[in-house]
Design a protein around this ligand. Structure first.
Ligand code: SAM
Length: 227
């Protein structure tokens, strides 16, 4: 599954240029029985299988010994929702160890015994953590130096300032009776910037009232140290 789709396009080019790399570990390689079992039936009964703490911990400890001091993130539906701020911080850091679940998930004792941050990519259930890990990696990789090129730093994009991004247009100027807004053709950079800011604010307020509320809340906070 790795690098999977990250071997193509922007991330794939960056991979070939050595801007990032991925060292997948197979949890099954850390099983100790002759069937190479990684899971067992849930204590207390019920459907599905649970990933064993001892086997997963052996994989985690191996990863920590090979690549020390990396944050350890488990992909879980109950984890903290992935945010652009967390992605930015990870992209600026030394790398990350990602733990991908399967079946019903991990034996809970794993979270007590190891320092694990849990991250969710949204309120829905995937069949495995790999897709979530690919999402997280893609979001980080595009922010690595040199990946998007000098033309785009990505810092105007959705969520960077707490708002959704303004809408985009390109040629043809007239399409199915619809024109590009006049201001974008005016060449007046101040007016364009004001229009984009206003659009970003309106779109955020209408489409994502939760983001808008947080953005407005942050704006009315006094600067730190002012109290
Ligand atoms: N029994 C779990 C529950 O109800 O919360 C779902 C387990 S899911 C079938 C198997 C694995 O997929 C999880 O251990 C996790 O690694 C991954 N996964 C599923 N949904 C996810 C999400 N929204 N975000 C991150 N990882 C997810």
């Amino acid at each position: 599954m790795f690098p999977g789709p990250l071997g193509m396009s922007l991330a794939g080019r960056a991979l070939n240029e050595g801007r990032w790399r991925c060292d997948p570990l197979q949890i099954r390689d850390f099983a100790t029985d002759r069937h190479r079992s990684v899971d067992d039936t849930p204590a207390g009964g019920g459907a599905g299988m649970v990933l064993r703490a001892d086997v997963v911990a052996a994989a985690i400890d191996h990863a920590a010994a090979t690549a020390p001091d990396l944050p350890l993130i488990a992909m879980t539906p109950r984890g903290r929702p992935l945010s652009q701020a967390r992605v930015r911080a990870l992209a600026a850091g030394p790398g990350v160890t990602l733990l991908c679940g399967r079946f019903e998930g991990f034996d809970e004792r794993l979270f007590e015994a190891r320092a694990i941050e849990e991250v969710s990519i949204g309120d829905y259930v995937l069949s495995g953590g790999e897709m979530g890990a690919l999402v997280l990696l893609d979001a980080c990789i595009r922010l690595l130096p040199g990946v998007m090129g000098a033309a785009s730093s990505g810092d105007e994009e959705s969520f960077e300032s707490g708002l959704l991004e303004y809408p985009h247009y390109t040629r043809p100027q007239m399409w199915e009776g619809r024109t590009i807004p006049e201001v974008l053709r005016s060449g007046d950079h101040a007016r364009i910037a004001a229009w984009r800011k206003s659009k970003a604010e309106t779109d955020t307020r209408l489409r994502r009232p939760d983001l808008w509320e947080r953005h407005e809340g942050a704006r009315v906070q006094p600067p730190s140290g002012a109290r």
